[in-house]
Design a protein. Structure first.
Length: 89
């Protein structure tokens, strides 16, 4: 189960990277990842990593309306990628 959640983190990192690169992401895929990530984050709000998930969702949604600074997206991509890779092993 933890490996599936790690894949979700890696998928979100790729979606944030695509947003940073200016690629179009299918709406269904965005909604799926955002709902899954919010659900995963709400399981345990006392965990620091759940707050990282919520921050990723909020920044991803906000980046749809305004241009986010590149360092913010790059740092979040790195954090989500590392979090996903660590969850996989």
């Amino acid at each position: 189960m933890v490996k599936i959640l790690g894949l979700l983190d890696i998928g979100m990192a790729f979606m944030l990277l695509a947003r940073f690169s200016g690629w179009e992401i299918p709406l269904g895929m965005m909604i799926f990842f955002l709902v899954c990530l919010v659900g995963k984050a709400l399981i345990s709000l006392t965990n620091f990593f759940s707050w990282i998930d919520l921050m990723a969702v909020i920044i991803f949604i906000i980046s749809g309306f305004i241009v986010m600074p590149s360092p913010v997206l790059i740092i979040l991509v790195i954090i989500m990628g590392i979090k996903g890779i660590v969850s996989m092993f």
